[in-house]
Design a protein. Structure first.
Length: 239
């Protein structure tokens, strides 16, 4: 009897909750193709809906489409409010599109090819520790060489040698990018394929030419890369 009473009590509690679900509103989105994953950003009051070759963004306050982010076979969407960044998994191109959640514009595209991504940065140890706890993206790298922890800073060739030795890199199969011409020249002196950073568009074109990102037109043949080392643009505290 007690078991039956407990079951009936649970059922009685569950019924009102089930009955509370109903369709509150239909939002017209338009476009062609099937729909797949969605992600709701409660803090920003936005809904991200995948649409095969794009992610449609809906403002949940006025229930209107506020933007579209290009994609290539969306597998999933996630946002990080603290970083003001969103991430789209592209199944067809095996890439991840990174976009600004405020402007909804793509900022980068990372190709999932097994190429390691390493950080080589001039930064004080204390600042590095603080930034690692504050900015999740600093743990995305497969490894890092920080000047304040090594006793050498760019463009000193010693810090490049530490990077190459520690991660067993072949200089000719390692790509390095920096906005300092002196740092780029120092890397080239060691046989590293170094790129001078001038803009996101130019960096994407350079990476596409090396086969590190999918080509938007006709791909340009280039040697494969074993690792990519990246640094922050000038004007930051860790130049």
């Amino acid at each position: 009897m007690k078991q039956k009473f407990a079951f009936l009590l649970i059922l009685a509690c569950a019924l009102p909750l089930h009955a509370a679900w109903h369709v509150a509103r239909h939002i017209a989105i338009g476009g062609e193709g099937g729909w797949d994953y969605i992600n709701a950003d409660a803090a920003a009051r936005r809904l991200y809906v995948s649409h095969s070759d794009a992610v449609v963004v809906i403002d949940l306050n006025d229930h209107k489409v506020v933007g579209t982010i290009p994609a290539q076979g969306v597998h999933g969407i996630v946002t990080d409010d603290a970083m003001h960044r969103g991430f789209i998994s592209n199944g067809r191109s095996s890439t991840v599109t990174i976009f600004d959640t405020q402007t909804l514009k793509p900022t980068a595209e990372v190709k999932a090819t097994g190429v390691r991504c390493l950080a080589l940065s001039n930064m004080e140890p204390e600042l590095y520790a603080v930034r690692r706890t504050r900015f999740p993206f600093m743990d995305w790298f497969d490894g890092s060489v920080i000047s304040g922890l090594e006793g050498a800073a760019k463009p000193d060739r010693r810090i490049f040698e530490i990077l190459l030795t520690r991660y067993r890199l072949d200089p000719q199969r390692t790509v390095f990018t920096d906005d300092s011409r002196a740092n780029v020249e120092a890397a080239r002196a060691l046989g590293i394929h170094a790129l001078l950073y001038t803009s996101p568009q130019q960096l994407r074109a350079d990476f596409t030419g090396l086969g590190l990102l999918p080509a938007q037109s006709v791909p340009q043949p280039a040697p494969s890369a074993e690792a990519v080392a990246v640094t922050r643009p000038s004007g930051s505290a860790d130049d």
